[in-house]
Design a protein. Structure first.
Length: 493
């Protein structure tokens, strides 16, 4: 079945309070997707973010971002007032997320809501008991982290850093209110997301979520479960994750995430990973597994190195991992993020799982060599994108092409007469007309926006994850055009 969808992070939705949320604008976007003949809404990871604001560096693999809680819903529940929300400075640029202002102003508001929720006769135990055990671990982690003024767990006092029972008991007692606050936030996050997802599903829209292969070092996952990772006896990483030099970076990408002890995971039947997958499929209908090749081979960089140049490839768990997950949870709808240089063993793993891989048109037009990303090389079992959250917009990418690569794209699409302001439609059309069973187009590419609308530029800090859609920017006329094009290529509902 041929289908299509749009890619838009939740954070990029318009809203009154500085960042996209599970607000009325999210429901309106689902209505737009339905009007546009789409079947999928692809988002980025929903986890709570830290330094750098990357959704791929979360404080927990089992928790949700409090930024996405709809404040208007809390107003309706009598936990906040409109005046309190409107008095906060969340930034005045509707196109840009000011994370600094949101961090400073949103949490005091949410704390007010928590106090009023408690005043209504609710209890900390009620909130905690509504959560998964791993989500409750996150709540405890954040309470202790705040006690230590935001420092990572490796810098805490030794007794609690090593989670000695008497220290855990003492902090649990002394920080009970702060733990309850984070449990309240997770409870509200889950309530609101489940309702939004149900609305999407009722409209015929499935949610494609994103699961990073790695967790952050500064996370509840690595603090509570050091046995899962390649740590020394002092819980310091022996090696960290990244990827070698490539087209994004001449020195590679030093992500710094802890690497898994795959031998230990195998000995447990991948118990932790199965719980993680189960949680992900409670949030999403389809899961895109980021950095899929890491399950075949992972890039290991000695801890302390300043670049990723001197890393080496190590063997991952392979097909055994996916066999165990399927045995526990059944057949799952997974998209394998298999971008970049792929060895024969990676290609075999993707093929053995049967998961669709990814094709990105921005990788296709290299005049120096034939490319697997050119649509005539596709098979049906794949998902095609004009670009991803890590790429420039298709319009910005086109402007940056070398003359030779641009000519190749002109020859391939036969679009020499297309006005420059309409060039994005040629690439949208190319994706939709391909044999790929699913085509996902970033919203920016339907709008024809330039490089200023890019979501993320890997290996950079300070300017990423900030772009926002403007209210009303996707017009009825544009939605109808999207629907007509989807129908033309057999992808409309």
């Amino acid at each position: 079945m041929r289908e299509c969808g749009m890619l838009l992070p939740v954070a990029s939705l318009p809203s009154k309070y500085g960042i996209g949320a599970f607000s009325k604008e999210a429901y309106e976007f689902i209505d737009i997707l339905k009007k546009a003949g789409q079947h999928y809404w692809q988002i980025l990871p929903l986890g709570p973010t830290g330094y750098g604001d990357s959704p791929y560096q979360s404080f927990s693999a089992f928790a949700g971002n409090p930024y996405f809680i709809d404040l208007d819903r809390l107003i309706e529940e009598g936990l906040l007032t409109a005046e309190e929300c409107e008095a906060c400075d969340f930034g005045d640029n509707q196109r840009d997320i000011d994370y600094g202002k949101i961090y400073v102003n949103r949490f005091p508001l949410l704390k007010t809501a928590y106090v009023r929720w408690m005043d209504q006769g609710n209890s900390v135990e009620e909130a905690i008991n509504s959560l998964r055990a791993e989500t409750a671990e996150y709540c405890f982690y954040m309470a202790v982290k705040n006690h230590y003024e935001g420092k990572s767990w490796i810098l805490w006092d030794e007794d609690i850093r090593l989670r000695k029972p008497e220290a855990v008991e003492r902090y649990s007692r002394e920080l009970a209110d702060e733990i309850g606050f984070y449990a309240f936030l997770q409870m509200k996050f889950e309530e609101q997301w489940i309702k939004l997802k149900a609305y999407a599903n009722e409209a015929g829209i499935r949610i494609i979520g994103d699961i990073p292969i790695y967790v952050a070092f500064d996370s509840a996952d690595s603090w509570f479960h050091p046995e899962l990772f390649q740590f020394d006896e002092n819980c310091q990483p022996i090696a960290v994750a990244g990827c070698p030099p490539d087209g994004f970076s001449a020195t590679g990408q030093l992500w710094g995430n802890p690497l898994y002890r795959w031998d230990y995971h195998r000995s447990t039947g991948y118990e932790w990973w199965i719980r993680r997958m189960e949680y992900s499929f409670q949030l999403y209908d389809v899961v895109r597994v980021d950095h899929f090749r890491g399950f075949d081979e992972y890039y290991s960089i000695p801890a302390g190195n300043e670049t990723a140049v001197d890393g080496t490839w190590k063997k991952g768990p392979g097909i055994d991992f996916f066999d165990c997950v399927e045995s526990a949870l059944g057949k799952l709808d997974i998209i394998a993020e298999d971008l970049g240089f792929l060895t024969p063993t990676v290609l075999k793993l993707v093929n053995d799982t049967g998961f669709p891989g990814m094709k990105v048109l921005e990788f296709a037009f290299d005049s120096r060599e034939e490319s697997d990303y050119l649509p005539h090389n596709y098979t049906r079992n794949c998902v095609v994108y004009t670009g991803t959250h890590d790429n420039n917009t298709i319009s910005g990418w086109y402007d940056d092409l070398s003359p030779e690569d641009r000519q190749l794209s002109i020859d391939y699409i036969n679009n020499a007469q297309t006005p420059r302001e309409d060039i994005h439609w040629d690439f949208v059309r190319l994706a939709l007309s391909s044999v790929a069973e699913l085509a996902v187009i970033p919203v920016q590419d339907y709008l024809g926006l330039g490089a200023e609308a890019r979501i993320n530029e890997p290996s950079t800090l300070g300017k990423n994850w900030r772009w926002r859609l403007l209210d009303g920017e996707i017009t009825d006329e544009l939605a109808v055009k999207c629907r007509k094009m989807a129908k033309l290529y057999g992808r409309s509902r």
